[in-house]
Write a protein that binds this ligand. Structure first.
Ligand code: SAM
Length: 226
């Protein structure tokens, strides 16, 4: 049993993680082909978006369970997730909010973000299936628009997005993070140069950060205003 202690949810997640794992080989092949191209085609960005449009690219189980644990430890009530896809990590985060509410009352929400309409529809179906819809507000569209309005202090943020969007997302949500809020970002050790502008924002805005030794590196940053 995982840290979730919810057999129905774990069964749904096992199916979704398996689907995501099955797509990994195709993602690796695509990346290798791109790396071998001497001159990327003019329509590369559109091709890449189309290729990724049906891929889950779900957060690894251990990282997702770690996020659940952090959200339970910090009694997180307002969470922002950057990159929802089919809703795998969202389900872990929403389970944490649900379990925090059960443990000590009140309410809470996970704000998700997804710009592929088919992925958003599939994610909503998964939220219903898991009985977690009431804890999730999925914002559909480009996050640079959908995250302009954030009400209330944010306790926890998960950054699991195409890396070029990590800094714009942090710029929008960062000012709403409460002191002590945790931000998790995936694969920072694997893509240090791509994350350079993200790290620059952390350094300039009072975050303390460390890279945890999960596969590809998982960045744990804490907002520590002086
Ligand atoms: C790595 S996947 C997220 C996986 C998800 N966290 C999970 O565990 O299942 C990143 C997602 O972000 C979405 N995305 C990329 N750029 C976006 C943008 N500018 N606005 C909203 N969503 C975006 C992609 O369509 C993709 O589904």
């Amino acid at each position: 049993m995982s840290v979730l202690h919810d057999p129905k949810l774990e069964s749904l997640l096992a199916t979704l993680h398996a689907r995501s794992d099955e797509q990994l080989a195709a993602l690796r092949t695509y990346d290798a082909e791109r790396a071998s191209e001497t001159k990327p085609p003019a329509d590369e960005a559109a091709r890449l978006k189309a290729f990724r449009s049906d891929k889950l690219v779900a957060l690894d189980r251990d990282k997702a369970e770690f996020c659940y644990q952090l959200c339970r430890a910090g009694n997180a009530r307002r969470i922002v997730e950057i990159g929802t896809s089919y809703g795998v990590s969202t389900l872990y985060l929403a389970a944490a909010v649900r379990d925090n509410v059960r443990a000590s009352g009140g309410d809470g929400v996970v704000i998700g973000t997804e710009y592929e309409p088919d992925k958003a529809a599939a994610a909503r179906a998964h939220f219903e299936q898991a009985g977690l819809s009431r804890y999730i507000e999925l914002r559909e569209g480009d996050l640079r628009e959908t995250l302009r309005q954030i009400d209330g202090p944010v306790d926890f943020m998960l950054m699991d997005i195409w890396i070029s969007m990590a800094r714009p997302a942090l710029e929008l949500v960062g000012p709403h993070l409460k002191a002590g809020a945790v931000v998790i970002a995936d694969n920072t050790a694997q893509y240090p140069s791509e994350y350079a502008n993200y790290f620059a924002y952390l350094a300039a805005n009072g975050f303390r950060t460390m890279t945890l030794p999960f596969d590809g590196g998982l960045e744990l940053s804490v907002r520590c205003p002086s």
